[in-house]
Write a protein that binds this ligand. Sequence first.
Ligand code: PLP
Length: 394
Amino acid sequence: MMQPIDPIYLDHAATTPTDPRVVQAMLPYFTEDYGNPGSPHHFGQRAEAAVEKSRAKIASILNCKPQEIIFTSCGTEADNLALRGSVMVAKKENKRRYVLTAHTEHHAVSTTAAQLADVEDITVEWLTVDQQGRIAPETLTKALCENTIIVSVMYANNEVGTIQPIRELAAIAHEYGALFHTDAVQAAGQLSLDVKALGVDMLALSAHKFYGPKGVGLLYVRDGVKLMPAQSGGGQERNLRAGTHNVPLIVGMAKALELAYSDLEARTAHYRHLRDRLIEGVLATIPGVQLTGAPGDGRLPNHSSFVFDGIEGNTLLMHLDMQGIAASSGSACNTGNPEPSEVLCSMGYESKLALGSLRLTVGKQTTDEHIDRVLQVLPEAVEKIRNVREAQTA
Ligand code: PLP
C-alpha cells in the first residue's frame, strides 16, 4: 500500500494558517458580542470597545496613536487608500503631480499607480532597482522634485524577499515635502513595525500574512496626513473608510499581531535557520540555479527564492505538489500566469530565466525534517524536468 504523503506547506508568503488562539479570540464576536460598533445600545458599546481595544493594542506595536490606525478589508485596500487618497487630495488642492514607485511593488500599489496615471492628470515615475531588487537612495533623490505627491516603496518584497532601506528612503522623500507610504504586508511579523523609527507617513498591513484571518488589514496614517476616503458612506474610521466594522476580524488581527511580536526573536531565528538550510542546500546540490533577491540579513527571515535554468516554474510547482510540497513561483496572484515575473525582469533577469522561478517561504510549523525532504525532492524534480526537456528537443 502507498504511504500517504505528509503535506509540507512552504508558501507562507501567500498566506498563513490562522493561529487557533486567534480563532478563539474572534469567536465571541460572531455569536455573542455581535453588536454594530456604531449602535448606541450596550450591544454596540461592547463591540465598539472590542474595536478600540484592538486599535490600541495594534498602535502600541506600531508605536503610534490609536487614531492613526485605519481598519480596512485587506492589504490591497490599504495600499489603494494610501495612493488614491493622497493623489485625490493633491488634485483637489491643485498642487503636486508626481507619484514615485517601482515595478517591483505588489500590484496593489503598481496597478493602482498606473490606473491613477491613466485617469487622473498625474505622472508615475518608475524607480529602477538593482540586481537584488533594492532601490538605491540616490535613485530616489534623482527622481524626486517639488511636485512629488507620494513615494510608495514596499518594506520587503513578496517575490524575492529583499528588504528596502525604508528609513533612508522616507527621510529623502521628506526633504522634498513628499509623503512616504510603505506596503509592509510581507514584513509584518518578521521586522520591526515601529513607524516612528521608520519615519513613514503611511504603512499597510494584512492580517492573513501573520497568522491572522483573511479579509482584514489596516493603514497607519500619520496625524496630519490628508487623504480623500476611497470609500464614502457612514463616516467610520475618521471618515477615511466607511462601512460597518468587521469586529471579529479586527479582534483577530490585533490578537495575531500581539502574538507575532511577543515571540518575534525566537520565531524569526527558527525561520532563519530553516531558510539558510534551504538556500545552502539548493545552491549546493542543484546545478544552474541562482538565489534571487538579497542574501542573508538583506532578505526576509522566512524567505527563499530561486531561478532555475531550463525550467518552467509552473511545471516545477506541479512536480512539487505531487510530492505534497506546496510552493509558489512568485506572488500568489501570479501563480498560473505564464508571463515572466515583472519583479525579476525589473531586476535584470531575462524573461526565459524569470519564468523558472520558485519561492519557498517557511513558517512556524516548518521543521528540519520538512527541509530535508524538500532538499531530497527538489533536485530530483529539477533533473527530471530538464531530462524531459532535453529528450523533447533532441
Ligand atoms: N502587498 C504585498 C506585498 C503582498 O504580498 C500582498 C499579498 O500577497 C498584498 C499587498 C495584498 O494583501 P491582501 O491579500 O490582504 O489584499
